[in-house]
Design a protein around this ligand. Structure first.
Ligand code: G3H
Ligand code: 13P
Ligand code: ZN
Length: 307
């Protein structure tokens, strides 16, 4: 099956009260782990590539990895650009075969965000490519830039933004944040705000970034085997499941994959100090990715059997 648009996936997810996982990929083992999980759960998948991941792996390698992944799995798979920083990069990946892009103008003044998003929408739609945009600002780390401040999405502004840009889905800020340190106090999401946005924009798929749960067993494992990430905390799985049952159709997960791989590799090195063949530690890391993605599909997304 060739790469698909997220359109049909989101339509089904919206009415079905579940969400699709958008998993960040950087290398072969991550792609393989995610695809194995998708196959085991018969779940639709979004594989997403940030500007940094594209720089790291190279677009040709990414496209060839996707070709291999699709040859070995009969699943609907979207290839998405995560946090597209400018029109040029969105254009390059669209021309290269991505079926979905995010243009992230959330850091720009409102009117500039609208103008730039519109430009991407015009180019993408002429080529049948989906466009996610973002309004509001998440705290946390993105491409090495750290922001302490949340700016929650204003629902009326979201309606105006979507109407004027013609974007297909919208990432909103309701309390999630990127990275492994999401909450200092009580973990909570602004469900009333999510509800308001979806009332004003019925049928519009909503996207949640910064939606890793940072499972504590992996934090403990990383710290036990030489890591130093005390106090790492994510979004509780039940809050995400509730969001997925509402208008949230895409849930972004990167940190949990990083954590699962790294904790597993740390453990392997401590328990097997004589190993130096990368396959010895990358194979269990790949299995850890698969298990983490399966856990997401079951506990958070609710998309098992929906391929
Ligand atoms: O939201 C950002 C993603 O976690 C991608 O991170 O830019 O380090 O690849 P990255
Ligand atoms: P996490 O850092 O919570 O995994 O979020 C990833 C993300 O939003 C990618 O766009
Ligand atoms: Zn993000």
């Amino acid at each position: 099956m060739p790469l698909v648009s997220p359109k049909e996936m989101f339509e089904k997810a919206y009415v079905g009260g579940y969400a699709i996982g958008a998993f960040n990929v950087n290398n072969m083992e991550i792609v393989q782990g995610i695809m194995e999980a998708g196959k085991a759960e018969n779940a639709p998948l979004i594989l997403q590539v940030s500007a940094g991941a594209r720089k790291y792996a190279g677009q040709v390698y990414i496209m060839k990895l996707m070709e291999a992944a699709l040859q070995l799995a009969d699943l609907p798979v979207v290839l998405h650009l995560d946090h597209g920083p400018n029109f040029e990069l969105c254009k390059e990946v669209i021309d290269g075969g991505f079926t979905s892009v995010m243009y992230d103008g959330s850091h720009l003044p409102y009117e500039e965000n609208i103008a730039e998003t519109k430009k991407v929408v015009e180019y993408a739609h002429a080529r049948g490519v989906w466009v996610e945009a973002e309004l509001g600002r998440l705290a946390g780390v993105e491409d090495d830039v750290h922001s302490d401040e949340h700016i929650y999405t204003d629902p009326d502004q979201a309606k105006d933004f979507v109407t004027r840009t013609g974007c297909d889905s919208l990432a909103i800020a309701i309390g999630t944040s990127h990275g492994a340190y999401k909450f200092k106090g009580e973990a909570k999401l602004d469900f009333a705000r999510l509800e308001k946005v979806s009332q004003l924009l019925p049928g519009l798929p909503i996207v949640l970034h910064g939606a890793s749960s940072v499972p504590q067993e992996f934090v403990e494992m990383a710290n036990k085997y030489g890591g130093n990430i005390p106090g790492a905390r994510g979004v509780p799985e039940d809050l995400l499941r509730r969001a997925a049952s509402m208008a949230v159709c895409k849930i972004n997960i990167d940190t949990d994959i990083r954590l699962a791989m790294t904790a597993t590799i740390r453990k392997h090195f401590v328990e097997n100090p004589a190993d130096f063949d990368p396959r010895q530690y990358l194979a269990p890391a790949r299995t850890a990715v698969k298990e983490m993605v399966q856990r997401k599909i079951k506990n958070v997304l609710g998309c098992s059997g929906k391929a």
